[in-house]
Write a protein that binds this ligand. Structure first.
Ligand SMILES: Cc1ncc(COP(=O)(O)O)c(C=O)c1O
Length: 451
């Protein structure tokens, strides 16, 4: 019989179920299934780690948000923010539900077109649009929002070359009380930059200004900021419509609603700290209805990203090792690293264990499998004693991970979707060595070596 491993004894004050100085303790719950499909079944079929998306949650989340908004302001059109999650299956659900595509690069534009989104249902944002893709976008009737003066000139040249006057929108930034202010995108509304841009566009025989866009930031916890944004954009719209006899057809308020993830540094749990999405929608529609006459209502585009998808995504990961650090802190090594968990920089994820556990909870560090000191997934997770092979289910995971993940020393894992009927579909297979090496070429003189 082998000897038992030494574990340093600790005394820990327990506050079961109550709010304590770590916020609400919600990870006491265990989860052995997602949408009725057992965690073990998923891992047996697709291996660990595994990203899992719920079709039901994606559709329900969108439908609730759309119903709430359109009940108050019917001329609203949601456009799926590709950068938040551009897996084909995820985008297809949103397009089936009627969302346009919101893209910020040539790559995303191509991806949306390949999926079958018509050009005139694509909003093309982003600070860099290559000339060829701008031309394609104009030809296909996309809604193009320009970011800076050089881009105005570029768009004008492209339109002139095409011999066609094109519709464009401009991107704005402004002080809405959200700091640090997102001022790097678009033209500033609080100084004369936005006004100068309109003047310049109005002088062009090739450009027709038809819309105003602004994305004031992300994970915005103060929904009143939207009231300032909407009012400022409407005031500006009225001013330029009067002065230049133009007609603004759409206002695009970008994204920015928070998800129910737990931001690092926030004391309260997200159930308390994050306002309901209804508050945001009500604020925006109230600002629209109170600042416009009924005959003036423009089409409103919304580019809501993380609030639409975050809670629909999970990562199942497995404990591969357990250690005490020299200072006595418990630590676990899991099989998913920061390279596939980009959002671990700013969130303390919800952690659920795949089985009921017994024993005293204590603070633990959860490390990933990378040979990097910075590979820390959770710095201060309050966990029961766990064993090798236990699975941790981390969430919300749906926004910004499977687009910003990075292939680094490991294969990126599979992504599956649990469909509404309970079937499990693999929507992105796990990477293989050839996926990476197929992109490489070895010059002839480097092909042979003797070791
Ligand atoms: C132009 C634009 N629209 C929409 C979004 C989606 O934002 P969020 O995920 O905060 O809703 C972003 C994200 O940064 C963006 O840059």
């Amino acid at each position: 019989m082998g000897s038992k491993m030494y574990m340093k004894p600790i005394i820990k004050k327990q506050l079961p179920g109550n709010m304590n100085k770590f916020g609400a303790v919600y990870h006491r719950n265990y989860r052995d299934e997602i949408d009725g499909v057992k965690i073990n079944e998923l891992i047996d079929r697709f291996n660990s780690p595994l990203f899992v998306f719920s079709e039901k949650t994606i559709r329900t989340t969108y439908r609730n948000i759309y119903r709430e908004f359109s009940n108050q302001y019917p001329k609203v059109q949601f456009s799926w923010s590709y950068k938040t999650n551009y897996l084909d299956a995820v985008c297809s659900i949103f397009h089936q539900e009627g969302q346009f595509a919101e893209v910020v690069s040539e790559f995303e534009y191509q991806k949306a077109r390949r999926l079958g989104v018509p050009g005139n249902k694509i909003i093309y944002n982003g600070p860099f649009k290559p000339e060829a893709s701008l031309e394609k976008a104009f030809k296909e009737g996309a809604i193009v929002n320009l970011d800076h003066f050089d881009e105005i000139i570029k768009a004008e040249n492209v339109a002139k070359k095409m011999g066609k006057r094109v519709n464009i929108g401009i991107r704005l930034n402004m002080d809405t009380g959200i700091y640090p202010q997102w001022s790097r995108f678009g033209f500033n509304l609080d100084n004369s930059s936005a006004y100068d841009a309109v003047k310049r566009i109005n002088m062009s025989e090739w450009l027709n200004l038809s819309g105003l866009h602004a994305h004031i930031g992300t994970f915005i916890l103060d929904y009143k900021a939207y009231s300032i944004q909407v009012k400022k954009m409407i005031d500006f719209m009225k001013k330029i419509e009067n002065e230049f006899q133009i007609s603004i057809e759409f206002l695009d308020f970008g994204g920015g609603f928070p998800s129910k993830n737990k931001l690092k540094g926030t004391y309260l749990p997200p159930e308390i700290a994050v306002p309901d999405v209804k508050e945001y929608i009500e604020t925006i529609s109230n600002a629209l209805l109170s600042n416009l006459a009924p005959n003036e209502y423009p089409t409103v585009y919304m580019e809501t990203g993380r609030a639409m998808i975050d809670e629909a995504g999970f990562l199942i990961t497995t404990i591969e090792g357990i250690k005490r650090l020299p200072d006595g802190t418990k630590s676990y090594i899991i099989d998913a690293g920061i390279n596939i968990l980009y959002t671990s920089y700013w969130y303390n994820y919800k952690v659920e264990v795949d089985r009921p556990t017994q024993g005293a909870y204590e603070n633990a560090i959860v490390y990933g499998p990378l040979c990097m000191n910075i590979d820390v997934i959770l710095e201060n997770a309050f966990l029961p004693p766990l064993s090798k092979g236990n699975r941790l289910i981390l969430s919300p995971m749906g926004a910004y991970n499977v687009t910003q993940w990075m292939q680094f020393i490991q294969f990126r894992p599979a992504v599956v979707m649990i469909m509404e009927d309970g079937k499990v579909e693999e929507i992105r297979r796990a990477e293989k060595l050839e996926d990476i090496t197929n992109l490489e070429t070895v010059p002839e003189k480097l092909k042979h070596f003797i070791l």
